[in-house]
Design a protein around this ligand. Structure first.
Ligand code: PFF
Length: 454
């Protein structure tokens, strides 16, 4: 079998390129599509608060841990663990992450496909004059049709593969740098329109006025899963990106910027969506369809709605794309470095397998919705297992590895660029990754499983 030539490994070319790529991975459908629907089902403001707490206390430490493992290991998630602790079972965490990447991309590309349909409808002025209930019907007709969602999903996977195929610098970095800033401006404008809708106040109350009686063990687990998912952590995506970061770049600053940008966009998405949800009389617990009904509704209320909608769905597609490429990259890096197949072939094989699983996810949201596995649709099963099980489990072992196995000296070396940076936070960081983060994740898990009761 051909061996991968590690001296030829691709890398990011600049600091801004790394941030754009990592923030591009973090900011995506998780912020705009998943956060509003999960927060809508799990109590709104109370969910938001727990989510924010998790981003700070667990998310940032896990992200820094992933960067540390990646840059030190200079490999895909499996290879990095194997190189850092040869002959020990730590590389299984990498395998789990790669499995998670298959699952996540399979269901993510279903939604990404929907965004393409909505872009197409924007172009053809398909939302014009439609009431919220007509928009609801339009969405369900589209889903039930079956064929178009599958076609769009395949198109989306093709776009993803095309960028990954081009490589890290000329593909991922180049596109992320151009597209992410435009996205930020646009979502800000949409927020302003949404909060000035008549009746918007109720939506803002839902998002910002917590009712703590809504908190249950499941709400807490969902908030943890969402925090990890939104930051793209727990499955090795940022181990992979970390391995492309140069030794001169600052890992802590990168992590803070990425986490801040991602969280900012989540809050903006909440501000954009919930006022409209209430103003249009939609149930916030509507589920996966929530943003596909509310957003076109908001555009109807805007002067020049045609263009706003067009622009927004174009950028949503792009935000999704900068995330899907990061997920596919995990699998491609693994296939090419560990199996010794060329990067191009790895891209084709990985894309084909994921698309096939993905098609079942898409159909399970439409014509095959009655086919249940463990009482759930294929889509919900993959979404729940990867986000609420595999990512927290991955996050748990990643911090344990950095806290207890890698050695404080090595960690400090990586976070301070061999002493060039001060890294005064290192003691606090070690306490978090050794004790606070793993204990918190373990408690949430055991509590949800009913093995621990408060
Ligand atoms: N963080 C992405 C989003 O919020 O859309 C989704 C994601 C990307 C999750 C990469 C996990 C991952 F490894």
């Amino acid at each position: 079998m051909a061996k991968f030539d590690f001296s030829q490994r691709d890398s990011f070319s600049s600091k801004i390129g790394i941030i754009a790529a990592a923030a591009g991975s973090a900011i995506g459908l998780g912020n705009i599509w998943r956060f509003p629907y999960v927060a809508g089902q799990n109590g709104g403001a109370a969910f938001l608060i727990i989510y924010l707490l998790f981003v700070i206390a667990i998310g940032i430490p896990v992200m820094l841990s992933e960067f540390t493992i990646g840059r030190r290991g200079q490999r895909n998630p499996y290879g990095a663990f194997k190189k850092l602790r040869p002959g020990q079972p730590w590389c299984l965490i990498g395998i789990m992450g790669i499995a998670a990447a298959f699952f996540v991309l399979a269901f993510y590309s279903t939604i990404a496909g929907w965004t393409l349909e909505y872009l197409y409808r924007s172009v053809s002025n398909g939302f014009s004059g439609k009431s919220p209930s007509e928009l609801t019907e339009m969405f369900s007709d589209f889903q039930q049709g079956g064929l178009m969602p599958v076609i769009w999903q395949i198109v989306f996977m093709f776009l993803t593969a095309w960028i990954v195929y081009r490589g890290v610098r000329k593909g991922i970095e180049k596109y992320a740098k151009i597209l992410m800033p435009i996205f930020l401006v646009l979502i800000l404008v949409i927020c302003i329109r949404s909060i000035t809708l008549p009746g918007a106040g109720e939506g803002l109350n839902f998002l910002f006025k917590p009712d703590f009686s809504k908190i249950t063990p499941n709400v807490i687990l969902e908030a943890l899963g969402q925090a990890l998912f939104s930051l793209s952590i727990g499955m090795g995506t940022l181990i992979t990106y970390g391995s492309y970061i140069s030794k001169k770049d600052k890992l802590p600053n990168t992590a803070y910027s990425v986490a801040a940008a991602d969280t900012f966009v989540t809050v903006l998405a909440g501000i954009a969506i919930f006022p409209a949800v209430f103003a249009f009389g939609i149930n916030p617990a509507e589920g996966e369809a929530l943003v596909f009904i509310t957003l076109p509704g908001i555009f109807q209320q805007m002067a020049g709605g045609y263009f706003w909608s067009l622009f927004f769905f174009m950028l949503l597609v792009i935000a999704a794309l900068t995330s899907t490429i990061s997920i596919l990259e995990v699998v491609v890096a693994f296939f090419s470095e560990e199996l010794g197949i060329s990067r191009k072939r790895a891209t084709v094989v990985a894309t084909a397998i994921i698309t096939i699983i993905g098609i079942f996810c898409t159909l399970s949201q439409g014509p095959m919705e009655n086919m249940k596995i463990f009482g759930q649709s294929m889509f919900s099963l993959l979404e729940y297992t990867s986000v609420n099980l595999l990512l927290p489990l991955g996050g748990f072992f990643i911090v344990i590895f950095v806290g207890w196995v890698l050695g404080k000296r090595n960690v400090k070396d990586e976070l301070s660029n061999k002493g060039v940076l001060k890294a005064r936070f290192i003691n606090l960081f070690m306490v978090i990754v050794r004790v606070i983060a793993p204990v918190a994740i373990a408690i949430i898990f055991l509590n949800q499983l009913g093995l621990l009761k408060f």
